[in-house]
Design a protein around this ligand. Structure first.
Ligand code: SAM
Length: 282
């Protein structure tokens, strides 16, 4: 079968399976199978697929047709211009989370050697983007999931940032309870409530790790302890920077007792949706 025929029938198959952006997905998966870029697909429409290539393409299309995100099939996602490996043990890094990195960088550039901890590091995307931008920072990254930490460590090694971040298994900041004086506690925690499960995309519900997405009935089961423990871990004037769900602004701001937190602010994303909450410890 020729490449252009394989692509056309893949688009039909993904469309029939109600996969969004079927052409883009068909191309991404063919690029993955052939180890080629998009320009190659368009430069060689008549190239014959080998039997093995056709069989492999059929296999990955079948996976995609179940709703499995293409990133879990190809094993990669770009974040902050860096290539991250991902597996089903970690949340796929989202472009929105780059707002959190931007917010931290704005604040951290005022600090000569910032000491930062990323809580719920998953693939390590936040900690490693910060390590990439702030070579003098002292960085810690924690996650409750052992499998997620393995992926984060692998990403650190691939990005040649492995000496820059200490990875620690911990429930929120429990294991780092003896480490104080952080300049920043940053986090994209799980924040979806069980009562909102039906508002979450089916592919997220079915394929992304449950503990990376959901946090109790109201979605506050990790953010609550995080705000409390961050206060103890931060130095006076240190900043807490947290990504939030679209409807959580008031609930999270309410957690920031104004007698012990100041400069609380909410940073919207490009669509004006509240995306990040930042505050400083008194
Ligand atoms: C929304 S994901 C964020 C992953 C990554 N930081 C990102 O932005 O793509 C939340 C992460 O928090 C971790 N997590 C969930 N509960 C936790 C807890 N109690 N303590 C530490 N990490 C936790 C999950 O394993 C998951 O990796």
């Amino acid at each position: 079968m020729q490449l252009k025929q394989a692509l056309a029938s893949a688009v039909d198959r993904l469309q029939a399976a109600e996969v969004g952006s079927p052409r883009m997905n068909a191309e991404v998966l063919l690029m993955f199978v052939l180890g080629a870029n998009r320009a190659y697909l368009y430069a060689h429409p008549e190239r014959e697929l080998s039997t093995e290539e056709a069989a492999r393409y059929d296999e990955v299309l079948a996976q995609r047709a179940t709703g499995m995100p293409s990133q879990y099939i190809t094993g990669h996602q770009e974040f902050w211009g860096l290539d991250f490996v991902v597996s089903a043990a970690v949340l796929i890094p989202r472009p929105e989370t780059e707002h959190l990195v931007e917010t931290v960088l704005e604040l951290a550039r005022e600090v000569p050697r910032p000491k930062i901890v990323d809580v719920g590091t998953g693939s390590g995307c936040i900690a490693l983007a910060l390590a990439h931008e702030l070579p003098s920072a002292e960085l810690y990254a924690v996650d409750v999931s052992k499998d997620a930490l393995e992926i984060a460590r692998a990403n650190a090694a691939r990005l040649q940032l492995d000496g820059k971040v200490q990875f620690v298994r911990s429930n929120v900041l429990d294991t780092l309870a003896g480490v104080h004086d952080f300049d920043f506690v940053v986090s994209n925690p799980p924040y979806v409530g069980f009562d909102e499960a039906d508002k979450v995309q089916k592919s997220v519900r079915e394929f992304e790790p449950r503990e990376a997405v959901f946090a109790g009935e109201q979605g506050l089961d990790v953010i609550g302890p995080l705000v409390e423990q961050a206060h103890a871990a931060l130095k006076p004037g240190g900043g807490l920077v947290v990504e939030i769900g679209y409807s959580m602004r008031d609930a999270v701001v309410d957690l920031l007792d104004p007698t012990i937190w100041y400069d609380a602010r909410v940073v919207p994303d490009l669509q004006g949706i509240p995306r990040v909450v930042a505050a400083r410890r008194v």
